[in-house]
Design a protein around this ligand. Sequence first.
Ligand code: WQD
Length: 337
Amino acid sequence: MSTILVTGGTGYIGSHTCVELIKAGYDVVVLDNLYNSSEAVLDRIEMISGTKPKFYKTDILDKQGLKKVFDENKIDAVIHFAGYKAVGESVQIPLTYYENNISGSVNLYEAMAAAGCKTLVFSSSATVYGSPKSVPIREDFPTSTTNPYGSTKLMNEHILADVCVSDPEWSVLLLRYFNPIGAHQSGLIGEVPNGIPNNLVPYIARVANGTLEYLRVWGNDYPTVDGTGVRDYIHVVDLALGHIKAVEYAMNHKGAEYINLGTGNGYSVLEVLHAYEKACGRKLAYKIMDRRPGDIATCYADTEKAAKLLGWKAKYNIDDMCRDSWNFTLKNPDGIK
Ligand code: WQD
């Protein structure tokens, strides 16, 4: 029975990945500082999977705390989600983002090496592609970033690629997520954003439950199907299942691989809004606003490498994603406490 350390395991993608790891027969250890999540998520994971993961309330900036986790557990591989992830916030407090997402991650990699654990799945992001020249986006496309959050993702990719060159014993999968949305079908775990959501679907969910009055649509003059931004939305359970395939691959190969995790389909803001109206059973108000600085028109994944290397393909569609998001929102009006 292999043991997987999941950093950020009480977070949105981390918690869904813990559920699928347990279902796949892994022992799971969770490390989280609870900055952006609640310890109650561990009870929800147990309610779904029958197992409550061993938990360390630890910050990746705490070197001693990291050492304790590896001293007390034989960790076979690490899935590293822990990190700050708000694009706008990263522009306001870049040093906090670089300290946490870079220094904290390097602490983790050093603790892994010291414990002889050299198998890692890293939570990267499609944001590293910047403004792609064409779509679908392939893993060999140029990378560039336009905000500190994206830069921390790209820097981690470079750090880990250098580690693999320095020590061929390392195995690293760098997973570039497109736009994760939705929730586990049970409605027990899902996305619980802090304050007013920046991302589209958590915002629409609050319009649907009456917390917010209308959706602000950031621009309808893009060269897209209806003028609004097009993105590759992927169900968070599909994303979690992709991590199971990734950790299996990483435990049987050496070196670094970059892999997109998306559906290969793009949906516009208004198409998502209408899908959500179907899910919640009522019309949702919106207003067309100016474009949001830094946004691109269209972004969706080429999914060939994930299919070929991991034998993984997303299977849920936009209606499944909106249905499951709405189910979680209805059942958890105040989040997970
Ligand atoms: C999606 C579309 C907006 C909110 C970001 C990060 C990326 C990743 C996913 C972490 C765009 C439009 C949004 C709203 C709107 N996060 N929109 N009104 O910007 O594609 O990606 O989240 O890894 O790194 O950059 O996602 O959900 O913010 O926006 O019209 O209130 O919805 O303009 O077209 P984005 P998003």
